[in-house]
Write a protein that binds this ligand. Structure first.
Ligand SMILES: [Zn+2]
Length: 176
């Protein structure tokens, strides 16, 4: 199959292979988050159809794109670890069975920081969890982006609201 026909099937649920080529810009004009460029402060993670999504779930509203890139720059100036950026939205903002919300490009999931800096999951109940680092990261989002809500179950962090399923990531919502 040529790349051209793969691109034509981008929003076709009948062709769900997340490893197929993805366009840099979707039907809304939203761009895919750059996939962990050097010195960006962040790395990317995410699965789609049980495979690494290669950015397929990382189409961001321009306000979200600006927020992540800005927070990444601020973060890498103060910390050598990178933070993990997960699901934002699918191309065209379509719904996906394994995720509520995340359709408008203004919501992002972020992994808590680990003390060992490894770029793998951690829950807020784990010994490797870095509460101070995670609190700082959330504070940067609130400083540099129009944050309306953050869902995360470590209620020792200011501003966050508890929500089922939010032990190994925090969910940030921005005002559009
Ligand atoms: Zn979320």
């Amino acid at each position: 199959m040529s790349n051209t026909s793969d691109f034509a099937l981008e929003d076709n649920d009948k062709c769900p292979d997340p490893l197929r080529p993805r366009p840099p810009q979707d039907s809304r004009g939203y761009f895919m988050l750059p996939q962990a460029p050097m010195e960006s402060g962040y790395y990317t993670y995410g699965m789609l159809y049980h495979k690494p999504d290669k950015g397929a779930y990382q189409y961001a509203h321009p306000i979200m794109m600006t927020a992540i890139l800005r927070v990444g720059l601020e973060w890498q100036a103060i910390d050598s670890r990178r933070f993990g950026v997960g699901n934002i939205s699918l191309p065209g903002g379509r719904q996906n069975d394994d995720h509520k919300g995340h359709m408008n490009g203004l919501q992002v999931d972020i992994r808590p920081l680990r003390k060992d800096g490894l770029e793998v999951p951690v829950t807020w109940m784990d010994g490797q969890y870095d509460q101070a680092g995670t609190a700082k990261l959330i504070e940067l989002f609130r400083t540099f982006a129009p944050v309306t809500r953050v869902f995360f179950n470590d209620l020792g962090i200011p501003f966050v609201l508890p929500l089922k399923g939010h032990d190994n990531h925090f969910h940030v919502e921005l005002k559009g």
